[in-house]
Design a protein around this ligand. Structure first.
Ligand code: F6P
Length: 549
């Protein structure tokens, strides 16, 4: 079979048409009827694997829907594409690259070759160097320029070079060295760095400059500002050697910036930024939790990789999750997915997933350049529960849009009182029940609700959700969860026939920003040649700026 699915044929394919026909008769059946009709529904649609208990039974689907979705996956070659990814084929076609984040967690001794080089051996050599470095910093052996112990670690990066590290630090705080302070600086808004460093002593601060390309405007701007701050405080250019390390695939640019390449940790062009938190981009994570916990994190990723490759389709978590995203988007008309972790530690998880899912699958043409005639990548968003309950859940329960929800929870608290944890979990469970089954006018009347309020208080239910439970949030579980979403995104991309691993759409804004920046600071009054709105905005700012002393 060709590994590029015939692009424009998706909606005309037999598998798609069968799902469309199925939807017409099935979509009328509400969730409560599906549960009434099949007392074994929860067993049927719950999958336990790699330490996760995933209940898909509150999704609006049936065994027939699942069968047809799996047929679609077969017809689109999801399994063959996955095999090609794990093998190291150049499945990122527009950039001509292999997509091998799975090699980042492959066990030592496994062989995956890219251009004749065994990348797994390189990964393990890098992990070893990272561990040596982290142990030295954590033991106080790697010291600052003036001999002081490192107590502050500032990660400078953006996108995949920030979101993964920032999310993982927050998620795994309970496993982190509490005497080390971690900060994450990403925004080109200079106040980000100013606020992150204002209470730090440069003599005790280590900057990790994370950038795969080492050409990203925001990161280089912040790294230069950080270097100036450090040299200013320590009074010596040579301080950079002890206070800056880099993570990059571009040794030349790292050296040009002034960081010794001996203090650079590599990554490779076969790791996409949004798939890189388990590479050296995770150096801050390893510094926080230590090499052993980092190994557990990788083991979690690996467990899900193995599951994705070997579990039967009807019990395959990422495959089912990806197919449900397609079903909800393309057949039930959902435009977004709400990710609702019932854990404050996972506060940054929705933001992390936004890049993973939307930079991957926010595409409008197929691999061969044909415009799609179906919706692709849904909008992922969310907030931790229970906070979201007092904010946007109103729309989830009674709004006019269908928003499928992913509830994520952990049985064991991490230090929180057990009673309070019961409350948290009770809320998680109750929300998925309320969304699925709602409350009818009859029930409200029976409770004595005044007639004028009945319509306002009805919760229609029939709102789909998935519940993911794990025993506890630890490094391994985090790895498993992230890999679950990675492979779900992959599955969706294969179905839609798009390149989930490029991001050409971010380029235009970058080019225009460079042009506008030059125009803002130009000394002469060269006429602006944008559209009238853009010209007016530039002119207004330029005039304001010129008036400043
Ligand atoms: O502009 C988008 C992007 O290329 C992301 O894909 C990436 O994660 C981010 O910028 C940062 O890139 P880099 O690690 O090369 O600085």
């Amino acid at each position: 079979m060709s590994l590029i699915p015939p692009s424009a044929d998706l909606t005309r394919s037999a598998a798609w048409q069968a799902l469309r026909a199925h939807r017409v008769q099935f979509a009328q059946t509400p969730l409560h009827t599906l549960f009434d009709q099949d007392p074994g529904r929860t067993r049927e649609f719950t999958v336990e694997a790699a330490g996760l208990y995933v209940d898909f039974s509150k999704q609006r689907w049936s065994a027939e829907t699942r069968r047809l979705l799996l047929e679609l996956a077969r017809a689109r070659g999801v399994q063959e594409h996955a095999a090609a990814m794990f093998r190291g084929d150049a499945i990122n076609r527009t950039e001509g690259r292999a997509v091998l984040h799975v090699a980042l967690r492959a066990p030592q001794g496994e062989k995956i070759e890219v251009d004749g080089v065994d990348v797994v051996a390189e990964v393990h050599a890098t992990l070893k160097r990272m561990a040596q470095f982290c142990n030295a910093v954590r033991a106080g052996e790697w010291r600052g320029h003036s001999g002081q112990t490192i107590r502050n670690i500032v990660n400078i990066g953006i996108g995949g070079s920030d979101l993964g590290p920032a999310m993982a630090y927050q998620a795994l705080r309970a496993y982190s060295r509490r005497d080390l302070r971690f900060r994450f600086v990403s925004n080109v808004d200079g106040s980000d760095l100013v606020e992150a460093t204002r209470d730090l002593d440069a003599a005790e601060t280590l900057f990790i400059v994370c950038s795969k390309s080492f050409g990203t405007l925001e990161t280089l701007t912040n790294a230069r500002a950080a270097r100036a701050w450090c040299v200013r405080q320590l009074g010596d250019e040579r301080a950079v050697a002890k206070h800056f390390v880099a993570v990059s695939a571009n040794a030349e640019k790292v050296a040009a910036f002034g960081i010794d390449v001996a203090h650079m940790f590599p990554l490779w062009d076969w790791v996409g930024g949004r798939y890189s938190m388990d590479s050296a981009i995770g150096l801050s994570t390893m510094l926080a939790i230590g090499p052993d916990h980092f190994a557990d994190l990788l083991a979690g990723f690996r467990a899900m990789d193995e599951h994705f490759q070997s579990a039967p389709p009807e019990r395959n978590l990422p495959l089912l999750m990806g197919l449900l995203a397609v079903w909800n988007s393309n057949f039930l008309g959902a435009e977004s997915v709400a990710v609702l972790p019932y854990s404050e530690y996972l506060a940054r998880f929705p933001a992390y997933l936004q890049q993973l899912t939307m930079e991957s699958n926010g595409k409008r043409v197929t691999q061969d350049g044909t415009p799609v005639d179906y919706a692709t990548g849904p909008i992922y968003w969310g907030e931790p529960g229970t906070n979201g309950q007092h904010s946007f859940y109103q729309l989830l329960h009674q709004g006019t849009r269908t928003v499928p929800c992913d509830f994520i929870g952990f049985m064991r608290p991490l230090g929180a009182p057990a009673r309070q944890h019961d409350l948290l979990i009770a809320n998680l469970i109750a929300q998925s029940e309320a969304l699925a089954f709602g409350k009818t006018a009859e029930q409200l009347r029976a409770e004595g609700t005044p007639e004028a309020l009945v319509a306002h208080r009805v919760c229609p239910g029939n709102r789909p959700s998935t519940t993911i439970l794990a025993e506890r949030l630890d490094p391994r579980t985090l790895g498993t969860l992230v890999a679950l979403y990675e492979h779900s995104v992959f599955t969706q991309g294969v179905i839609w026939g798009i390149d989930s691993f490029d991001q050409w759409g971010v380029e235009l804004g970058k080019q225009l920003a460079a042009r506008v920046q030059a125009e803002i600071s130009a000394e002469d009054a060269t006429p602006l040649t944008h559209d009238p709105s853009t010209n007016a905005l530039i002119a207004r700012y330029r005039t304001f700026r010129k008036q400043q002393p």
